[in-house]
Design a protein. Structure first.
Length: 267
């Protein structure tokens, strides 16, 4: 069986992520699943894992869940993250700018450069597109979009002056500040995005009801396991909230609203 937790697997937090997986594995076993892998799948493209017919549990962004992978993955639970802008099974993105930039609001970034991780990211692209759409003129707002491939790279692009603003997943931003405070020191939070359901734990869409129930039961066991407390604290996981795919409809609404406003792409 394939398992992965790729969304917040920072190098500095690999040990905590592994400990959390060990806790999850105990919970899944307690819920009646057999042959639960002892290790996470790493060094494999995350989308290959998401598409694997042997997938048992992974975490994805809400945008792929509601778009490209809508027929491939199904939601199980959303973590309740203990980070600024997050909580209650929901999260926000921080719009970050250089600390010395005096600009007071998003509207003052017209004609400036934005860094974004990827077009299929809720936290790095879709939420920022939704925020910018009412401000755009003829489908444009920024002078340049720099596609970085990751939130940490977008943060570096702003900190180093290659871009003027970026949207960073609030959990990622908090975790980077936790393990590498020097990386966040050069920036400040200009504003926060609209909230969205937190990045879900998911399984393959073809999973039968028995497997889905056992997976959800296993997650409940894991979040209550005292042996996993240290890992949960380090990863800022305060709990888990059961969810279904329909709970992620607000992400689609953000995209559709921006499109209706004449702003279909971040530009």
């Amino acid at each position: 069986m394939q398992t992965s937790l790729p969304m917040y697997d920072l190098p500095e937090l690999r040990a905590a992520t592994d400990d959390w997986w060990a806790t999850l594995a105990r919970g899944l076993t307690k819920a009646g699943l057999s042959e639960v892998p002892g290790r996470l799948t790493r060094n494999t493209d995350r989308e290959l894992v998401w598409r694997s017919p042997d997938l048992i549990l992974t975490q994805t962004c809400g945008y792929p869940l509601t778009h490209e992978f809508a027929d491939v993955l199904t939601a199980l639970a959303a973590p309740d993250y203990r980070a600024p802008g997050c909580g209650g099974g929901r999260y926000r993105s921080a719009f970050v700018v250089r600390a010395e930039d005096p600009s007071p609001g998003l509207e003052t970034f017209r004609g400036r450069r934005v860094a974004a991780n990827s077009t299929d990211s809720q936290s790095g692209c879709n939420c920022l597109r939704a925020a910018v759409a009412p401000l755009a003129d003829a489908g444009r707002f920024f002078s340049e979009v720099i596609w970085t491939g990751g939130h940490r790279q977008s943060l570096a692009a702003v900190a180093e002056g290659q871009a003027d603003i970026a949207a960073l997943d609030g959990v990622t931003f908090a975790l980077i500040g936790q393990v590498a405070p020097a990386e966040v020191a050069p920036v400040r939070v200009l504003d926060w995005s609209a909230e969205a359901p937190a990045l879900p734990y998911v399984t393959r869409a073809s999973a039968d009801r028995t497997l889905v129930r056992r997976l959800q039961d296993g997650l409940v066991h894991a979040v209550a396991d005292p042996e996993g407390a240290a890992a949960r604290i380090e990863l800022r996981i305060g709990g888990l909230k059961p969810v279904v795919d329909a709970d992620y409809r607000p992400i689609i609404t953000m995209r559709e609203t921006a499109e209706r406003a004449g702003y279909p792409t971040l530009a």
